[in-house]
Design a protein. Structure first.
Length: 241
């Protein structure tokens, strides 16, 4: 984003406020007002325009933003040093919901068989359409806090000027924020394909029943969770999808 010097914007405002105004009267008595001298065949009178009221700092900031052809938020950001301005966001077209090409394809079941799909945590489900993928999380790591991307509650569009400083884009005022740590914990993650193997319908049915029976021993299961177990057994024994 191009930066527009604040003093130049204010100079443009001041210049427009002090320009001359001329009263012109033609031979037929028609009166007009303009900012350039009247034609020689018309009478001319320079009109004094009273100075307007003094602008508040907020009004001056908004006027400078308007003169620069920017919104107040854009103008506030343009006043920051280049290394503190937010990076330009590149729009990425949404990608279709499909597994990465590096993921292995599930073997295709044939006849009265099903795919036995096992997640990294050991959970098993059955499918005729193909196994899905699961997200696997690694150990927590310490990363530097990206304070340029912080948001300020109650200050929409706030421009971060420091780790604990923000500029209100509407007024240009700086505010000291509550201190936040310079680092934060994150858990990296990746998506992997669930293991797939082809099993007979009868074997899938028996394993689904055994798995459902074992999970039903948990007396804290809700009615919805028990119903889901029943659905999984029915799909493994009778379902076509």
């Amino acid at each position: 984003m191009s930066r527009f010097p604040l003093f130049l914007a204010f100079a443009l405002i001041a210049e427009s406020a002090t320009c001359a105004v001329y009263k012109c009267v033609d031979a037929e008595g028609q009166v007009s007002y303009q900012q350039i001298a009247c034609p020689t065949q018309q009478s001319q009178e320079q009109v004094h325009v009273a100075d307007g009221p003094t602008l508040t700092p907020e009004e001056q900031f908004r006027a400078a933003a308007h003169a620069a052809g920017m919104t107040p938020a854009e103008f506030a950001e343009s006043l920051l040093p280049a290394d503190q301005q937010a990076p330009q966001q590149q729009y990425a077209a949404p990608q279709p919901n499909r597994p990465p090409s590096s993921m292995p394809r599930s073997p295709a079941p044939s006849g009265d068989t099903l795919l036995r799909c096992q997640k990294p945590n050991g959970d098993v489900y059955f499918s005729r359409q193909g196994c899905g993928s699961s997200r696997v999380y690694g150990d927590p790591i310490v990363v530097q806090r990206n304070w340029q991307q912080d948001s300020v509650q109650g200050m929409p569009g706030a421009v971060m000027t420091g780790p604990d400083m923000a500029m209100d884009p509407q007024t240009g005022r700086q505010y000291q924020l509550q201190h936040q740590p310079a680092t934060q914990m994150q858990r990296p993650s990746t998506r992997v394909s669930d293991d797939a193997s082809v099993v007979s319908r009868s074997d899938a049915c028996e394993e689904a029943k055994a798995q459902g029976h074992a999970k039903r021993q948990n007396m804290n299961l809700t009615y919805a969770q028990r119903s889901k177990l029943d659905d999984q057994v029915w799909k493994a024994c009778h379902g076509t999808r």
